[in-house]
Ligand binder design. Structure first.
Ligand SMILES: O=P(O)(O)OC[C@H]1O[C@@H](O)[C@@H](O)[C@@H](O)[C@@H]1O
Length: 413
């Protein structure tokens, strides 16, 4: 593959000053389309062939937690939810036009494993030890959100009515058993606190995935409940940022008057809130754009061209390493901003999206094709280590969003 990171870098000086020259807007959409073409090639020819075969564990069922830098699976503990994410990834692959039979086989393989690792009450188990025994018998809200999400996409692909029943039951159990007395949901049944905004975000994602698929009004209710919580508890209205952690009574956790901010989560929430607005006609106010603005201003390192893991709410550095997933969330957020913008604003948003796409491509340049680097260090090098299977969900979702954006723009061409 001849694609290099620098080929895809936009001219950020003109992004910053917002200058727009005639014909530039048209060229940017073309660039996004070309970028999409490169991503489709990498996805179809490198990533999916590897993760749907070596990445699927045919001895133990489900999918691998990681693949080594040589592209091999390894025995070891696994998080059950990684398979839920891979079920989604295989569905999105089919949606993007990948081999449908292979995708369906991958989805069925994952769904069998998920059904086997679900409790009698319908909750997904958390982790398995290397010998496949359940090593964590507590139930975690984040895991249940991903099971709901996987169910939505599996239903869309397979149209098996049993999936809808399972999902409705699980939603009901979550709402009843995880409910916090003061609104929202506890983090785990066995260890409810601290409360966290993050699993709520994935519940919103799962509800939005179900909205167009199932007329049951309780998906919309769940989505609206999470957005209401975002507006009343999660967003720091003064600073316009997402709060991560709360005490048992929903008091935000602060450290000497400031809190930790994850740029990746701010991008990801912003993207989901804009989707919620588009799907429901709801109004999340200026917060989505504000959170993208904060993340871009304080959580993006222009030297390495990456969104970093964590900053403090006063903008100072906290964790300057940069995992892969905040880069995909940056791309998705800017595409969502571009979708709702016109003229120079859309042009700027597309430029940022292009920058994020270039950054992501640099994480995919590995000696063995189809893998990725997970962590960029402060010096710009990548940390050695295995490729986490859980990141395929982020990568393919970003490519799906890019595809949908380009398709929507072509309607106007
Ligand atoms: O750490 P893994 O499992 O790869 O997930 C990566 C990240 O996914 C995002 O969507 C968020 O939920 C993060 O909190 C999480 O850390």
């Amino acid at each position: 593959m001849n694609v290099t990171y620098s080929d895809m870098k936009p001219d950020t000086a003109s992004v910053a000053n917002g200058s727009l020259i005639a014909g530039e807007e048209l060229r940017d959409t073309t660039e996004l389309k070309e970028t999409l073409g490169l991503y489709r090639k990498v996805l179809f020819e490198q990533i999916l062939p590897l993760w749907s075969t070596v990445g699927a564990d045919h001895a133990r069922g489900g999918y691998a937690e990681t693949l080594s830098a040589r592209g091999r699976g390894a025995p070891g503990p696994r998080r059950v939810r990684v398979t839920a994410r891979q079920v989604y990834a295989m569905c999105e692959a089919a949606e993007l036009g990948w081999n449908r039979l292979a995708a369906e086989a991958g989805v069925r393989h994952g769904c069998r494993f998920l059904a086997l690792h679900t409790s009698a009450g319908g909750f997904l188990f958390h982790t398995l030890a290397a010998d496949d025994s359940v090593s964590d018998i507590g139930f975690d809200l984040y895991d249940q959100a991903f099971l709901l999400f996987a169910h939505a996409h599996a239903w869309r692909l397979l149209r098996d009515p049993d999936i809808v029943e399972r999902a409705r039951l699980l939603r009901q159990s979550v709402v009843e058993r995880f409910a916090h007395a003061d609104g929202g949901f506890v983090d785990r049944l066995d260890k409810p606190f601290p409360l966290r905004s993050n699993p709520h975000m994935h519940l919103l994602e799962a509800s939005l995935a179900w909205l167009p698929l199932d007329p049951d009004p309780r998906w919309r209710e769940l989505a609206d409940t999470v957005v209401a919580l975002f507006l009343s508890r999660f967003v720091d209205r003064e600073r316009g940022i997402l709060r991560e952690t709360f005490g048992a009574d929903w008091t935000p956790v602060e450290d000497a008057g400031r809190c930790r901010v994850e740029p990746g989560h701010n991008y990801e929430w912003a993207w989901l809130l804009m989707r919620w607005e588009a799907l429901t006609g709801g109004d999340a106010g200026a917060f989505p754009l504000g959170m993208v603005g904060f993340a871009e201003t304080h959580g993006y390192d222009p030297l390495r061209r990456v969104a970093v893991n964590e900053v403090w709410s006063d903008g100072s550095a906290s964790d300057g390493k940069a995992r892969l997933w905040p880069q995909t969330e940056r791309l998705k957020a800017w595409l969502a901003v571009a979708r709702r913008s016109q003229g120079p604003d859309r042009w700027r948003a597309e430029k940022f999206a292009l920058d994020a796409a270039g950054t992501l491509m640099s994480y995919l340049q590995t000696p063995v094709a189809g893998l990725w680097h997970d962590v960029m260090l402060e010096d710009g090098s990548f940390a050695a280590g295995d490729a986490p299977g859980s990141s395929l969900y982020h990568i393919i979702c970003a490519i799906g969003e890019l595809q949908r954006y380009v398709d929507s723009r072509e309607e106007y061409a």
